[in-house]
Design a protein around this ligand. Structure first.
Ligand code: T4K
Length: 392
């Protein structure tokens, strides 16, 4: 926790106008949530004593069992990160040709396809939820479409049933990028068991982390078996390779970070939810600023504090971000400018934006603010006051 160095009442109090910055140290989006150090250190000793550091060790096996139980799925295959997990899932499902994805996501969703010679086809989003729009998906289906990747953006479930109906109708495969959605629910059911499989990220910046890490979770026995083989070069026992594969293994140190953090994840979520409510209160009434909310029906980790700067706001989004950075508040513009506008996709599809009006609009409006267990109420108040002073 950093103590704000000043009160912000008007524009004159802002660092962009010559005042001292509100914080002497940077306030980051994506500060890792770290569980009980004592428990972690004890496990470190256990791993070192065991002399088993990687290659499907006992900690990874225990971690996989805990995650599968937690999410109520049959299989969890832990990986070194979420991107490799996506790549392996995509390959195990034999996707090819074209796969429909939202552009409004972290670039890894599209890269995991492109890296394997598959063309990501970008579908537009619903501007209120920021999730892929099923009608837009329908428009992008061609004879070359082999799959759809729904992304549960900001931890809110993608329109699962609608996407499943499209996939069934066209005989294409559906999987989910659930990188943001660890612990989220849909229809009261934990994210993890939808589509043919779901892919999690346990990166340091996620609400639940294993330093780096990821997993494919699925109820499909055969798919899980194939993914397990692919994660470890295709080995089925000593000297016996029965499948093409790569190295996607999670190491024991990452697994123990996960086991430790799982013990406090509920506390992290509760803290994030309190922070979200504090932001809602502090930002209320600032003209042209709206905070995305996740409702109370489904579970959400409340990890992402997403603010939209409306078109009629007196200042634009970029000016607010510049002002926040000047105060040492390192807010982000996730996922500006949209994957379709990044290389190589902007060269591949120079006119993609014409099919992505909502993505283009949202990309101009979004600011993601700091959250996590180390953030205090007074920091939230100051961050909101900076935004208020910019706008008023
Ligand atoms: N699909 C989706 C929808 C995703 O969002 C992601 C990852 C993936 C797939 C792929 O999963 P992984 O392969 O990553 O497991 C960050 C994360 O690196 C990335 O995992 C995440 N999404 C994405 C949304 O955010 P960057 O390039 O913005 O990271 P960076 O280094 O700028 O860090 C973000 C902030 O967090 C900074 O302000 C600093 C702070 N930070 C970061 C780290 C690593 C810390 O305070 N401590 C740390 O240890 O991508």
């Amino acid at each position: 926790m950093t103590v704000p160095l000043k009160l912000i009442c008007s524009k004159a109090d802002l660092a962009i106008n010559g005042a001292v910055p509100a914080f002497s140290e940077p306030l980051h989006v994506g500060r890792p949530n770290i569980g009980d150090r004592g428990a972690f250190m004890q496990r470190v000793s256990q791993v070192l004593d065991s002399q088993w550091l990687t290659n499907n060790g006992p900690m990874v096996t225990e971690f996989e069992r805990c995650i599968a139980d937690h999410l109520g799925v049959k299989h969890c295959v832990a990986m070194c990160n979420g991107t490799i997990a996506l790549e392996i899932a995509i390959r195990a499902l034999r996707l090819e040709g074209e796969v429909i994805v939202p552009s409004w996501t972290f670039v890894a969703t599209a890269h995991a396809l492109y890296w394997q010679g598959i063309t990501p086809i970008f579908a537009d989003i619903d501007p209120t939820t920021h999730n892929i729009d099923p009608l837009a998906v329908r428009r992008m289906i061609t004879p070359r479409t082999s799959g759809i990747i729904g992304v549960h953006l900001w931890g809110r479930a993608a329109p699962i049933e609608e996407l499943q109906a499209i996939a069934d109708e066209h005989g294409v495969k559906l999987l989910f990028d659930a990188a943001h959605a660890f612990g989220s629910t849909h229809g009261g059911k934990m994210i993890g068991g939808f589509g043919m499989c779901e892919v999690l990220s346990f990166h340091a910046t996620k609400s639940f982390n294993t330093f780096e890490g990821g997993a494919v979770v699925t109820n499909d026995d055969e798919l899980a078996e194939t993914i397990r083989l692919m994660r470890n070069f295709g080995f089925a026992g000593y000297d016996n390779v029965i499948h093409p594969g790569t190295n996607g293994k999670m190491i024991e140190m990452c697994a123990i970070m996960g086991l430790t953090n799982l013990e406090s994840h509920a506390d992290v979520v509760a803290c994030n939810a309190r922070n979200h409510a504090a932001y809602a209160e502090a930002l209320a009434g600032i003209p042209g600023i709206s905070l995305l909310t996740y409702g109370s029906v489904e579970r959400n980790s409340h990890h992402y504090i997403v603010v939209e700067v409306d078109n009629d706001c007196r200042v634009d989004r970029d000016q607010i971000v510049i002002a926040l950075h000047a105060e040492n508040i390192l807010a982000r513009k996730y996922f500006w400018p949209g994957t379709h506008a990044m290389k190589p996709y902007r060269d591949l599809f120079p006119h993609a934006r014409l099919m992505l009006p909502n993505t283009e609009q949202v990309a101009k409006k979004v600011i993601v603010l700091p959250n996590g267990t180390t953030l205090s109420n007074s920091e939230i108040r100051t961050i909101s006051d900076v935004i208020g002073a910019c706008v008023n």
